[in-house]
Design a protein around this ligand. Structure first.
Ligand SMILES: N[C@@H](CCC(=O)N[C@@H](CS)C(=O)NCC(=O)O)C(=O)O
Length: 215
């Protein structure tokens, strides 16, 4: 299988696919696109949305569809985990956590080496329409952090040591990829328990968040 992955380093949906590729130990060509590149994704799939995986010449987007195509032996148990009640409940939690995660992390993501002045401006202008000025998000940081830490309490109760399971499944990839971006927020700390859970997922997925900046 020849795999090319077009992705944004900060994007949780793209991280899902990178984690799955690492878990399956599948080599791939990594192409980090600038956020303001509209042409490449539109030419590949007709819309400006990443991740896009080109597998043996065929392009697809939608992170979960891509992972399903890659998981030939059902190692992440997608056949029994996707779109059932647990999945839907977890998805609702991810959306809830995402509100705080994005408000905390977006103002910092744009200062990582992923962004050029032009792509930073594109990202910030687009995201500020929904969230308001990044400057204000940073000023309200304590509020977002407190809310998120409270909301994450529910996650701790479900870890055995993986999400409702003693083995890692796609659920853990969904959770880890949605929370990973917080590692770039200065001085943000997960609780010891959550940090150690996320690091377990990272190890199993051979995941290296910022490696692509340096190769
Ligand atoms: N349902 C899609 C969601 C992917 C998605 O929302 N990607 C965002 C980046 S996090 C995107 O490409 N946005 C393009 C834009 O807003 O310009 C998936 O699971 O792959």
């Amino acid at each position: 299988m020849k795999i090319k992955l077009y992705h944004y380093v900060h994007c949780p949906f793209c991280i899902r696919v990178r984690m799955a590729l690492g878990f399956f130990q599948l080599p791939y060509e990594s192409i980090v696109l600038p956020y303001d590149d509209e042409k490449t994704p539109v030419e590949l799939t007709g819309k400006k949305m990443l991740p896009i995986a080109v597998i043996d010449g065929t392009a697809s987007n939608e992170s979960l569809d891509i992972i399903s195509l890659l998981d030939k032996n059902d190692r992440l148990k997608l056949s029994v985990t996707l779109y059932n009640n647990t999945f839907l409940e977890l998805n609702a939690l991810l959306n809830k956590w995402g509100e705080q995660v994005h408000s905390l992390a977006m103002p910092y993501w744009i200062w990582t080496p992923e962004f050029t002045p032009a792509s930073r401006h594109y990202f910030q202008s687009k995201k500020e329409i929904k969230r308001g000025p990044f400057k204000d998000l940073v000023l309200r940081r304590a509020f977002f952090e407190e809310k998120l830490q409270n909301d994450l309490e529910i996650l701790k109760k479900e870890l055995r040591p993986f999400y409702q399971s003693d083995k890692m499944t796609i659920y853990d990839i969904l959770i880890a990829s949605h929370l990973w971006g917080l590692y770039v927020v200065p001085e943000f700390q997960f609780t010891d328990e959550l940090h150690s859970y996320l690091q377990k997922v990272k190890t199993l997925c051979h995941f290296d968040y910022h490696k692509d900046f340096w190769c």
